[in-house]
Design a protein around this ligand. Structure first.
Ligand code: GUN
Length: 286
C-alpha cells in the first residue's frame, strides 16, 4: 500500500484565504486585527519562524508588531512589555516565541499574557478551558493537526489515537482535542514500554517527539493515518535536510494517509495562529 499524502500546504492556504476574507470584513468596519510577536534572543530556528509569521500576518491583511529583545533581557522588562501589549487596543493576539533563554521563567511569562489575547493557547486559563471542554484559545499546532484529521477521516469518534510526545505545546493539547472528538487516546513518551506495539494499535498516530525519523513502518498499523509534527534539521550525504519524526519512506508503505515534512503540519500551525488572532479580534469587538 502507498499512503495518500495529506497536503497541509494546500489546506493551510485555504484556511489563510478564509482568514483573509474575515479580516477584510473587519477592515471594512474600521477594525484591523493585530498580532504582536515577541522574540527573545537570536535562536536561528525561532528567527525563521518569526519572519514567516510576520510575512503571513501581513499577507492576510492584519497588522504585525514584532518585538525583538536581547537574549539578556530581564524578567521584569519582558513582563512590562507584555503588560503594555495587554493594554494596547491595536493588539488582539500576543505570541511569545518559545523556548525562552534559561534565566527567564517561561510559565510566569506565558501566564502574564491576557488569556483573551493568548493566541498560542498556552495560558493556564486556556489550558483549563480546553481540558474541561469550554470555549478556549486552542494551541495552533494541535489545532492544525485536528483539522487535517477531520478533513481526512470525517467523524473521529471511537478511533484509537496514540500521541507520541507529552509537551505542553503539542502532545498534551493534541490528546485533549482528540478526546474532545471522542477518540480513545493514549499519550506515549520516552518511558513508554513497548512503544512499537502500542503505536501499531493506533488508527491515528501523531508523532511529536523531536527525534528524526524515529517512527518507522513497524510502528504503523496498516491503513492508519499518520500525522508528523516533527521538524528536524539533519545532515545527510553532506547536505542539510528537513525531516520529521516519522521515517516517511517506510511509513508511507504501510499507512493509509500521511503528512509530509515539509508541507504537512508546519504550514497549518501559522494558518491556525492567524485564525486564532482573527477569533480574538472578533471577540474583542463583540
Ligand atoms: N516554539 C515552537 N512552537 C511554538 C509555538 O507554537 N508557539 C510559540 N510561542 N513558540 C513555539
Amino acid at each position: 500500500m502507498t499512503a495518500a499524502v495529506i497536503d497541509g500546504k494546500a489546506f493551510a492556504a485555504e484556511v489563510r484565504g478564509k482568514v483573509a476574507a474575515g479580516v477584510a470584513g473587519l477592515v471594512a468596519k474600521g477594525i484591523t486585527p493585530g498580532l504582536a510577536v515577541v522574540l527573545v534572543g537570536e535562536d536561528p530556528a525561532s528567527q525563521v519562524y518569526v519572519r514567516s509569521k510576520g510575512r503571513m500576518t501581513v499577507e492576510v491583511g492584519m497588522n504585525s508588531f514584532e518585538h525583538k529583545l536581547d537574549a539578556s533581557v530581564g524578567q521584569a522588562e519582558l513582563l512590562a512589555l507584555i503588560a503594555a501589549l495587554n493594554a494596547d487596543p491595536a493588539v488582539h493576539g500576543i505570541l511569545v516565541q518559545l523556548p525562552l533563554p534559561g534565566h527567564l521563567e517561561e510559565a510566569a511569562v506565558i501566564n502574564a499574557i491576557d488569556p483573551a489575547k493568548d493566541v498560542d493557547g498556552f495560558h493556564i486559563s486556556n489550558v483549563g478551558l480546553l481540558a474541561t471542554g469550554q470555549k478556549a484559545m486552542v494551541p495552533c499546532t494541535p489545532l492544525g493537526c485536528l483539522m487535517l484529521l477531520r478533513a481526512r477521516l470525517g467523524d473521529l469518534s471511537g478511533l484509537n489515537a496514540v500521541v507520541v510526545g507529552r509537551s505542553n505545546i503539542v502532545g498534551k493539547p493534541m490528546a485533549q482535542l482528540l478526546l474532545g472528538d471522542s477518540c480513545t487516546v493514549t499519550i506515549a513518551h520516552s518511558r513508554t514500554k513497548d512503544l512499537k506495539a502500542l503505536c501499531k494499535g493506533a488508527d491515528i498516530l501523531v508523532a511529536a517527539v523531536g527525534r528524526p525519523e524515529m517512527i518507522t513502518a513497524d510502528y504503523v498499523k496498516p491503513g492508519a493515518t499518520v500525522i508528523d509534527v516533527g521538524i528536524n534539521r539533519i545532515e545527510r550525504d553532506g547536505k542539510q535536510k528537513l525531516v520529521g519524526d516519522v521515517d516517511y519512506a517506510s511509513a508511507a508503505e504501510v499507512a493509509g494517509a500521511i503528512t509530509p515534512v515539509p508541507g504537512g503540519v508546519g504550514p497549518m500551525t501559522i494558518a491556525c495562529l492567524l485564525a486564532n488572532t482573527l477569533t480574538a479580534c472578533c471577540r474583542a469587538n463583540g
